[in-house]
Write a protein that binds this ligand. Structure first.
Ligand SMILES: [Zn+2]
Length: 399
């Protein structure tokens, strides 16, 4: 028996006696916390905190963050040598296609999820059922194409961008639909991109919801599409190569893109596997000082074996590209939480916040990171998911 066990056994016995004698406050004092994440490097950009701290959790909430918490806890996680960050939030995934997906993401440290428009009005109840069954907070975006993602292109037939059907779907499921998705690439919307976005905006604005656009390889230039976006809307696949990138041939960010950011439009990675991410474009955009607001994986089961792997791996790509660690953590936590109202008290370890925590290892070594075009870049660091805490409960680690 080590000292900790001895102390907890001894105090447990004392507490039992106290309860018997009618001193319940002593019982509470004996197990002050449900869980302590001990000895890690806590990085919480929402509080500009980066320091060795213990994180104590009680009743599903963050109860204390201090240098050395010696109070007793029912359970302790040893985070020595690890990073302790707010639970990760992935704002563009396709986890609501299958009920097995969200639990896999949870083991990767992801405690908040958005399904980015897998379904439209015709079958939105299917994704909503899956989202409701997810262990972590999960909401869906409604694809403006009423048949959802389809091989012939969601809105190649403009009739599928059905405003009335979309409005009816949101009205029926306002609690689970967090926004409207408009996929605008030429193989998805063809010549209809501008009209599809107008319709998506008409639907979303009626409910004060954001639109997320899937940019990249559109027929219309971004200079024409960007003015349709309002504050709070999200541009995903921001590092997509031409035609119609956010940078011009000389590496300047388009003026309409800069204007969009100034009025509150948000820019998101959307890693995916085809057509969305090319290292040379990422180099140009970051060199121009145009950093992403959020990272997202565009997660699918196939992506788990190819390119995406897990959310911390996607974050690691930006360490490789030169972003500082605290900014990388911010993109996966507080910035993501600010993208959707439903996450308003998440992405932070402030006292009283839901106790969603990701324990990550910042592994040093040689790692190859691949873009969507089979270009490989060597990196020296890889964030690896180790332990997830959801609402104060430790989740089984990734297999
Ligand atoms: Zn997607």
């Amino acid at each position: 028996m080590n000292r900790r066990q001895f102390v907890s056994t001894a105090s447990g016995a004392a507490a039992g006696a106290a309860a018997f004698l009618g001193f319940p406050h002593i019982v509470r004092a004996a197990t002050k916390y449900d869980l302590i994440v001990k000895g890690g490097r806590v990085i919480d950009p929402s509080r500009k905190l980066d320091a060795a701290r213990d994180v104590a959790i009680a009743q599903g909430k963050i109860a204390a963050i201090e240098a050395n918490i010696s109070a007793d806890a029912a359970e302790t996680i040893d985070a020595q040598g690890k990073l302790v960050v707010p639970g990760l939030i992935d704002i563009h995934t396709h986890v609501a296609r299958a009920k097995e997906s969200a639990p896999l993401c949870l083991a990767d440290g992801v405690t908040g999820l958005i399904d980015g428009g897998s379904q439209g009005a015709d079958r939105i109840t299917e994704t909503i059922e899956v989202a409701k069954a997810a262990p972590q907070l999960c909401r869906v975006l409604l694809n403006i194409g009423r048949a959802g993602i389809i091989p012939e292109g969601d809105t190649m037939d403009l009739k599928r961008a059905d405003v009335a059907a979309a409005k009816a779907a949101i009205a029926a499921h306002r609690d689970m639909i967090a926004g409207v998705k408009a996929r605008l690439s030429r193989d998805v919307a063809g010549e209809n991109d501008y009209e599809v976005l107008k319709r998506a905006q008409e639907v979303a604005s009626a409910f004060h919801l954001p639109v997320m656009i899937h940019m990249g390889q559109t027929i219309s230039p971004l200079s024409k599409l960007m003015p349709l976006l309002k504050s709070g809307d999200i541009v995903t696949h921001m590092f997509a190569p031409p035609p119609n990138s956010i940078v011009d041939e000389s590496g300047h960010i388009l003026p309409e893109v800069l204007a969009a950011r100034r009025r509150g439009v948000r820019f998101d990675l959307g890693n995916g596997r085809t057509g969305h991410l090319r290292w040379d474009i990422a180099d140009q955009v970051l060199k121009a000082g145009f950093l992403p607001d959020t990272f997202s994986t565009d997660w699918t089961p196939e992506g788990r074996a190819d390119q995406i792997i897990d959310f911390p791996n996607v974050m690691s790509k930006f360490l490789m590209l030169g972003m500082p660690l605290d900014q990388v953590i911010a993109c996966g936590t507080i910035n993501a939480a600010r993208s959707f109202e439903v996450f308003r008290n998440k992405g932070t370890l402030k006292i009283g916040a839901p106790a969603d925590v990701a324990v990550l290892e910042l592994r040093e070594g040689n790692f190859d990171f691949v873009d969507n075009y089979k270009n490989t870049r060597p990196g020296r660091q890889r964030l690896v998911p180790r332990v997830t805490v959801l609402a104060g409960k430790k989740v089984a680690a990734r297999a």
